[in-house]
Design a protein around this ligand. Structure first.
Ligand code: GTP
Ligand code: MG
Length: 414
């Protein structure tokens, strides 16, 4: 689980729960309340989100003469989904968006960085559940995605639920896994002599094992923040009970300014460099000579116009090719149609020829028949001259059928 912070000191604190914990309710709100000795909104987050969303809340806090504008960004739903692979993306995007907004302000002609509401994230508190088991690969992947963008401080939450010896082993295991996977968590700086000793010893205590509670309990004659159990009391601010005081000292007293500086000089600078390089800006030309902004702009403009021209040429060529292709397709279709027409024409002529042949055959037959008929009639006429009347009558009815047939055949041929 993750919490991000920023300080007017503008301070952005990012609260982040280890995705492998697979649950929220790990004690983020309680720890924030304990850390800043106040009661932030205690609305319980829904744990049935489809995705991860970030809930930034800004508070005005005042301690001594320091006014603190604190933004706490809660990662709601982180680790609650079945598929957690893309869980870190909204967080990375959120951090980048804050850098981008700052970069836009910086690049304005009229900048107002002095009273700019800096929303860049200064700390990511990475909450690890007190399981005693090793970190999951998803934890390592998530931290790896974030370590170049934000100062990660891993903390073991609800440290009162793990025994002292288990906690010791758990801390060693976590640190060795982080080192062997190349995850860079935030190291408190040791260069400044004033803080060398305290910061080196605090670095050795990472990850801080914390307990949160806003409940006040009387111990001796003092009221202290504690968690009461049937077997005893866990005092939040007792260094032999947990690392809460160490965390508070490191974040809010000793290193707050350094965390802000690291955010600007390391993480933001990296974002800015990558972004400007992505936009094509360089400091030197190919001959290693310094490049002025004007020259870079001109070069970029030329490159852009060249690209545009190239794209236009490509589109024109594509259009010409398309027209040619369509033309060729149409020609092919025309040729196919012509071929089909010729084929039909040939078939038609063939059929016509066949019909002609049949017609002439039938005419031939008809002529032959007519000839035979005339011959028969002549023959019959001759033989009738010497025969009786009744017999002639029968013969006439015999010839009436062929003559009717010849007439029908003649009509069909027409
Ligand atoms: P969501 O916002 O709902 O995700 O929860 P959260 O992470 O803000 O957890 P919250 O602070 O609301 O605490 C959840 C429960 O854990 C409460 O019952 C707290 O009293 C308890 N709790 C908080 N801190 C600790 C702790 O250090 N130790 C133990 N044992 N319980 C704690
Ligand atoms: Mg909460």
């Amino acid at each position: 689980m993750l919490i991000l912070f920023s300080f007017l000191l503008y301070f952005q604190l990012f609260v982040f729960v280890s995705p492998s914990s697979g649950e929220t309710g790990i004690g983020k709100s309680t720890l924030m309340n304990t850390l800043f000795n106040t009661l932030f909104e205690a609305e319980e987050a829904s744990h049935y989100q489809n995705g991860v969303y970030l809930r930034p809340r800004t508070y005005d806090l005042k301690e001594s003469n320091v006014q603190l504008k604190l933004t706490v960004v809660d990662t709601v739903g982180f680790g609650d989904q079945i598929n957690k692979e893309e869980s870190f993306k909204p967080i990375v995007d959120y951090i980048d968006t804050q850098f981008e907004t700052y970069l836009q302000e910086e690049m304005k002609i009229k900048r107002s960085l002095f009273d700019y509401h800096d929303t860049r994230i200064h700390i990511c508190l990475y909450f690890i559940a007190p399981t005693g088991h090793s970190l999951k690969s998803l934890d390592l992947v998530t931290m790896k995605k974030l370590d170049s963008k934000v100062n990660i401080i891993p903390i073991i939450a609800k440290a009162d639920t793990i025994s002292k010896s288990e906690l010791h082993k758990f801390k060693i295991k976590i640190m060795s896994e982080l080192v062997s996977n190349g995850v860079q968590i935030h190291q408190f700086p040791t260069e400044d002599e004033a803080v060398t000793e305290i910061n080196s010893s605090m670095n050795a205590h990472l990850p801080f094992a914390v307990v949160g509670s806003v409940e006040e309990v009387k111990v001796g004659n003092k009221m202290v923040k504690a968690r009461l159990y049937p077997w005893g009391t866990v005092q939040v601010e007792n260094e032999s009970h947990c690392d809460f005081v160490k965390l508070r000292e490191m974040l809010l007293r000793v290193n707050m300014e350094d965390l802000r500086e690291q955010t600007h000089a390391r993480h933001y600078e990296l974002y800015r460099r990558c972004k400007l390089e992505e936009l094509g800006f360089t400091d030197t030309d190919p001959d290693n000579k310094p490049f002025s902004l004007q020259e870079t702009y001109e070069a970029k403009r030329k490159e852009f116009l060249g690209d545009l021209q190239h794209k236009e040429d490509e589109m024109r060529q594509m259009f010409v090719n398309k027209v040619k292709e369509t033309e060729a397709e149409l020609k092919e279709k025309e040729r196919e149609l012509h071929e089909r027409f010729e084929q039909l024409k040939r078939m038609h002529q063939e059929e016509k020829r066949n019909l002609e042949e049949k017609r002439s055959d039938l005419e031939e037959e008809m002529n032959a028949f007519n000839r035979r008929k005339v011959a028969a009639e002549t023959l019959m006429g001759q033989s009738l001259q010497g025969s009786s009347q009744p017999f002639r009558k029968d013969k006439k009815s015999f010839f009436s059928l062929p003559s009717a047939c010849s007439l029908t055949a003649g009509r069909n041929l027409n």
